[in-house]
Design a protein around this ligand. Structure first.
Ligand code: UGA
Length: 441
């Protein structure tokens, strides 16, 4: 058992802290946000994440997991320190690593014995070097530490599962000793034969950006294929399915939609593109990925506008789904933001509904008509736009839906409704990449 401190209690920090304590270690989750820590100490989970509540409870009650605002003490007490603070996007596209820098200084001030300093936050390549430099300048010359970059690949909405059953663990360590200690932290995974990839620090940092940017590229690619499918009368789902049967391509992340959102892909694609430009090795594929995604989000509002006769003015739209994907209350960079903004900008109004993200969207759009059910959001509207593929929207009674709307017009940006059923019932509709009604749908 190791004594471990995780600094930062956002998605990555909290899930990692709880997950590592579940591996049998003593974990302190530390954060300077007093309110957040108090909520956690009172058994409240500040984010919506399936399974996290139970994971935290289990480990708090077995006294392996605790929460503290005393970051200094938490650093002094730990053998391994994980940095898991936020790295938001700056206006120029680069990642803002000021929180990481200040944590590095706190660690430097409190480094009372040999420790492993391990970064989990997604940080630009070269940040590891910078952290090592900051700490070295603050400690006596004979005080030792090792640095590790251990990027996290969990997804919001399935974060607990992704953490406990990862495809691989990447450990970019400055020494064999540090690699062995980290492998010990992940002992249950190692025993389960989860691949442990040992690299240097810069390589580990690069793996994280390269993986996220590639997944984003895959989504933008299929979204462009979908747009072309619409023009040539092909069905993007059948195209994606057949493409995915090729093991070299894989079927994952080939689902077309209204453009990717969230706190990772938009930020990380910008960060790697900026870094690449700065280093004189521009990544044209990622620049294109970003442009395609921006266009895809706008294209969704154009599609809806077309369905509504070319304008939003005086129209009321029921927007179903506000989160950037299901099973999360996160609305950051969600395509529903672009949709809502376009409707409002052009004189329309919005009735909005999300099973759990209404409150988060209210911070961005305080004056929308927020509803408590899809039924309420669709009553007497001129059109409905499905923006997030929550299961409850899949199961909507379409006959009933038609009966409560002012006009039977629907834009399904997630392709979750049966086109055959929609057309039989008499809806005017559009989706992404499926203009043709093929026998399957
Ligand atoms: C993403 C990565 O998938 C994780 O591996 C990574 O750890 C994480 O970023 C991070 O860097 O922290 P996340 O942003 O939580 O995870 O969500 P994803 O499931 O990847 O979805 C991102 C966006 O892509 C969503 O808007 C989703 O709707 C969209 N998407 C995803 C598609 O449009 N099509 C797909 O086929 C898949």
């Amino acid at each position: 058992m190791k004594r471990i401190t995780v600094i930062g209690t956002g998605y990555v920090g909290l899930v990692s802290g709880a997950g590592i304590s579940d591996f049998g270690h003593q974990v302190f989750c530390a954060d300077i946000n007093v309110e957040k820590i108090h909520r956690l100490q009172n058994g409240e989970i500040p984010i919506y994440e399936p399974g996290l509540d139970e994971l935290v409870k289990r480990n708090v009650s077995s006294q392996r997991l605790s929460f503290t605002v005393d970051v200094n003490q938490a650093v002094r007490d730990a053998e391994v320190i994980f940095i898991a603070v936020g790295t938001p996007q700056r206006n120029n596209g680069e990642a803002d690593i000021s929180a990481v820098e200040s944590v590095a200084r706190v660690i430097g001030e409190n480094l009372n014995s040999y420790k492993i300093i391990c970064t989990k936050s997604t940080v630009p390549i070269g940040t590891g070097e910078m952290i090592i430099k900051i700490i070295k300048e603050m400690i006596p010359v004979d005080r030792r530490f090792d640095y590790v970059s251990n990027p996290e690949f969990l997804r919001e909405g399935s974060a607990v599962k992704d953490f406990l059953w990862p495809d691989r663990v990447v450990i970019g360590a400055t020494s064999k000793k540090a690699f062995a200690i980290l492998r010990d932290v992940y002992r249950p995974l190692y025993l389960n034969e989860t691949p442990m990839v040992h690299t240097n620090v810069a390589t580990a940092e690069m793996i994280k950006y390269a993986a996220n940017a590639f997944l984003a590229l895959k989504i933008s690619y299929i979204n462009e294929v979908a747009n072309l499918c619409e023009k040539v009368g092909a069905d993007v789902h059948q195209v994606a399915k057949a493409m995915g049967k090729d093991g070299r391509i894989s079927p994952k992340f080939l689902h077309p939609g209204p453009g990717y959102g969230g706190s990772c892909f938009p930020k990380d694609t910008h960060a790697i593109a900026e870094l690449a430009r700065k280093k004189g090795a521009p990544m044209n594929t990622i620049d294109a990925t970003i442009n395609t995604n921006t266009y895809q989000k706008k294209r969704m509002s154009e599609k809806l506008k077309d369905l509504l006769g070319g304008h939003f003015s005086g129209k009321t739209v029921g927007v179903l789904g506000l989160a950037f994907k299901p099973n999360t209350d996160d609305v950051r960079e969600s395509s529903s933001i672009t949709m809502i903004q376009s409707i409002l900008d052009e004189g329309g109004s919005v009735k909005a509904y999300d099973p759990i993200a209404n409150k988060e969207m209210e911070e961005l759009f305080p004056n929308l008509n927020y509803c408590h059910s899809w039924i309420e959001a669709c009553e007497a509207v001129d059109a409905v736009a499905i923006m997030t593929d929550w299961n409850e929207f899949r199961g909507m009674d379409l006959h009933y839906l038609k009966s409560i709307m002012k006009a039977p017009i629907i834009l399904d940006t997630r392709n979750i409704l049966s086109m055959k059923q929609l057309s039989e019932i008499g809806f005017e509709f559009d989706n992404v990449g499926r203009k043709v009604i093929s026998h399957d749908y």
